[in-house]
Design a protein around this ligand. Structure first.
Ligand code: ASP
Length: 585
C-alpha cells in the first residue's frame, strides 16, 4: 500500500514513528519559517509540518506550491505538537515531513471543502464528488452504512432471507405515477420501475420463503415536493404465518435494535395508538409524541354562548401551551396569522390566558363568563401561566389546522429536540379513502391490504368506516414505515379490486398473476416497508434525506452532476419506436 497509516490514526503514542500518509491537501498555513499542511482522507486530518532550517529547502519550496486538493504522499516522523488541537483525534501530534510525492494535482475546487463550506446547494450538487469529501457529508453516509449493516444483522438473526426482485416490471399501483422504460424489442410496450416490490414479495410468500427482506431502490414519479426523491430506498419485508401482533413485535425489534446498535440509545417498547385516536388527539396520523399538548374537544363547553363561530362549527378543539400566558399581543397576532394562512385556512384563533396571578382573559370575553372559561381551563387541566388556543370549524380541516399549530408551538417551546426520539405504532387505518377529484374510493395503503374481518360487512354500506389491518411506524412525527396484513385469497382480492373501481377484466390484466398465485396455496402473510433514507436522516438528526444519499436529485428531480433527465439521440428514439422529434445535440 502507498501508506503506512491513515490520516485519522496517529496518536501521541506514535511519536517518533516513521510514517507515510496519503491524502488531499485541505489547506496550508505559511507562517514565517513554518509551513503547516492539513492532510485529509476518509479517516480524518493529520497536520504536516515543514520548517525552515529543519526541512530541506527545496522540499519546503515545493510544499509551498501545493494547491488545495492536491493528492500527495508524505513521509516523515510523528512528533508531539506544541499547540494541541482537542477538536480532532490526531490533534496531539503532527508529522515532520521528510519527503512529498505529488500523486495528482487538482484544479482549484469551486467551493471550500471543509465542514463549513461557502458552496451553495446547486454548486455542491454539481460537484457532489467534492462535497462528499467533506466530513459532515461523509459521516452521514457512514451512518447509512451502519444502518444497513445493522438492519441486515437483525433481520438475518430473525431468519429473514434477502432476495432481489426485478427492477424492470409492470406497474404496481401504490398511489403514485410509474416511471416507465420503453421496450426496444416490443415497440409500444413499456416496463415500469417498481414503486415497491409489493407483488413480488407476496409471491415469495406463496413460494414458501416465509421471511423475506430487501434493502431496495423504489421509484415514484410523484409531484415535486421539498425533500422528495424520485428514487429512494426501502427496507422491504414480508412474513408468512403471522398475525399483525407478530409483525409489530418483530419490527419493533428492528427499530429498537437500530437505536441501540447505531445510536447507543435504549428506547422503550413502542406504544400503540389507533388511527382514530391519532386524529382525535393530534390531528395527524403521524403524531409527534416527543411532547404532549394533546387536543381537547370543547363542543360541550363552547357551544350555546351565542358565539356564532363556535355555535356553527362542527368541532371546537384546542391545545394548552404551558407557561405561555405571557404571550404578547404581537405573538398572539402572529399565531393568528399562521392559522389563517391559505395552506392552513382557518378563519381565526381564540385564546384564553390563565394568568399567573389567577386572572383569566380571553379573546371571547364578550361571549364567555369567567365561569365558562374556567370550565374550559379545567378540561385542559390548565395551570396559572398557561395559554389555551382554540380553533373551530369543520372537523377534519380543523384538526389538521390545529396539528400545524401544535407543531409550531412545539417548535417555539423547544419541545422538538432532534436528539430526543419518540417512536410509536399507529394502527387500524381506514381501508379506503375517498378521492374528491376522481370521485371514487382509493386504497389508503394499497389494494393488497386486508380489511378487518369484523368490518368486511360494511364494505357495501359504509366503505369509509371499514378499518384495515394496516399499521405505520412513526418516529418524531415522521412516518418511517408502513405495512399491512395482506389479502391472501382470490375472492377477497377480487372484491377489493371491484370496490376500487377495477373492472374484472382490468383486474385480471394487471394482477391476474397475483390472483392466480393465490389459488395455489397462498399462506396468510403480511409485511412492512421502512423508508430507509428517512430513517437515516432521522437518526442523523437532519430534516433532509438528500444529505444521506450519495448522489441525490434536486427538488426539481434533476441530477445536477450528470445533468439528467436529458434528451436522447434520434437513433435511440427510432430504435425504441418512439416518435418524438428532438433537436440534434
Ligand atoms: N409496499 C408498501 C409500501 O411501499 C409497504 C408494505 O405494505 O409492505 O408502502
Amino acid at each position: 500500500m502507498l501508506r503506512t497509516h491513515t490520516c485519522g490514526e496517529l496518536r501521541i503514542s506514535d511519536v517518533n514513528k516513521e510514517v507515510t500518509l496519503t491524502g488531499w491537501v485541505q489547506r496550508s498555513r505559511d507562517k514565517g519559517g513554518m509551513l503547516w499542511i492539513d492532510l485529509r482522507d476518509r479517516y480524518g486530518i493529520t497536520q504536516l509540518i515543514l520548517e525552515e532550517g529543519k526541512t530541506d529547502a527545496s522540499l519546503l519550496a515545493a510544499a509551498r506550491q501545493l494547491g488545495r486538493e492536491f493528492v500527495i504522499r508524505a513521509k516523515g516522523v510523528v512528533v508531539e505538537r506544541l499547540s494541541k488541537n482537542d477538536k480532532i483525534a490526531t490533534g496531539e501530534i503532527e508529522v515532520r515531513v521528510s519527503s512529498i510525492d505529488i500523486l495528482n494535482t487538482s484544479k482549484l475546487p469551486p467551493f471550500t471543502i471543509e465542514d463549513d463550506t461557502d458552496g451553495g446547494d446547486d454548486l455542491r450538487m454539481k460537484y457532489r464528488y467534492l462535497d462528499l469529501r467533506r466530513s459532515v457529508v461523509r459521516e452521514n453516509l457512514l451512518l447509512r452504512h451502519k444502518m444497513a449493516q445493522q438492519t441486515r444483522a437483525y433481520l438475518d438473526s430473525q431468519r429473514f432471507i434477502e432476495v432481489e426482485t426485478p427492477v424492470l416490471i409492470k406497474s404496481t399501483p401504490e398511489g403514485a405515477r410509474d416511471f416507465v422504460v420503453p421496450s426496444r424489442l416490443n415497440h409500444g410496450e413499456f416496463y415500469a420501475l417498481p414503486q415497491s416490490p409489493q407483488t413480488f414479495k407476496q409471491l415469495l410468500m406463496v413460494s414458501g420463503f416465509d421471511r423475506y427482506y430487501q434493502i431496495v431502490k423504489c421509484f415514484r414519479d410523484e409531484d415535486l415536493r421539498a425533500d422528495r426523491q424520485p428514487e429512494f430506498t426501502q427496507i422491504d419485508c414480508e412474513m408468512s404465518f403471522i398475525t399483525q401482533e407478530d409483525i409489530l413485535n418483530t419490527f419493533e425489534g428492528l427499530v429498537r435494535h437500530l437505536f441501540k446498535n447505531v445510536k447507543g440509545i435504549e428506547i422503550p417498547s413502542l406504544p400503540r395508538m389507533t388511527y382514530d385516536d391519532a386524529m382525535k388527539y393530534y390531528g395527524s396520523d403521524k403524531p409527534d409524541t416527543r411532547f404532549d399538548m394533546k387536543f381537547v374537544e370543547l363542543n360541550d363547553v363552547a357551544k350555546g354562548r351565542s358565539f356564532s363561530v363556535f355555535d356553527e362549527a362542527e368541532l371546537v378543539v384546542g391545545i394548552c401551551a404551558s407557561g405561555c400566558a405571557g404571550y404578547t399581543r404581537k405573538q398572539l397576532d402572529e399565531l393568528t396569522e399562521f392559522v389563517k394562512r391559505p395552506q392552513i385556512g382557518t378563519k381565526g384563533l381564540v385564546y384564553v390566558r390563565f394568568e399567573a396571578g389567577g386572572a383569566i382573559k380571553s379573546s371571547v370575553d364578550k361571549f364567555f363568563q369567567e365561569s365558562d372559561l374556567k370550565k374550559i381551563g379545567e378540561k385542559f387541566g390548565a395551570q396559572p401561566g398557561d395559554l389555551v388556543l382554540i380553533l373551530a370549524g369543520a372537523r377534519d380541516k380543523t384538526r389538521k389546522a390545529l396539528n400545524e399549530l401544535r407543531l409550531l408551538m412545539g417548535t417555539q417551546l423547544g419541545l422538538r429536540d432532534k436528539n430526543k426520539f419518540s417512536a410509536l405504532w399507529v394502527l387500524d387505518f381506514p381501508l379506503l379513502e375517498w378521492n374528491e377529484e376522481t370521485n371514487r374510493w382509493f386504497a389508503m395503503h394499497h389494494p393488497f391490504t386486508s380489511p378487518k374481518p369484523d368490518d368486511i360487512k360494511l364494505l357495501d354500506s359504509d366503505p369509509g368506516a371499514v378499518r384495515a389491518n394496516a399499521y405505520d411506524c412513526v418516529i418524531n412525527g415522521t412516518e418511517v414505515g408502513g405495512g399491512s396484513i395482506r389479502i391472501h385469497d382470490r375472492g377477497t382480492q377480487q372484491l377489493m379490486f371491484s370496490k376500487l373501481g377495477f373492472s374484472d377484466e382490468e383486474a385480471r390484466r394487471q394482477f391476474g398473476f397475483l390472483m392466480e398465485a393465490f389459488e395455489f396455496g397462498a399462506p396468510p402473510h403480511g409485511g412492512i416497508a421502512f423508508g430507509f433514507d428517512r430513517l437515516c436522516s432521522l437518526f442523523g438528526g437532519s430534516d433532509s434525506i438528500r444529505d444521506f444519499i450519495a448522489f441525490p436529485k434536486n427538488n426539481a428531480g434533476r441530477d445536477m452532476m450528470i445533468d439528467t433527465p436529458a434528451t436522447i439521440l434520434q437513433e435511440q428514439l427510432d430504435e425504441l419506436g418512439i416518435a418524438v422529434k428532438v433537436a440534434k445535440p
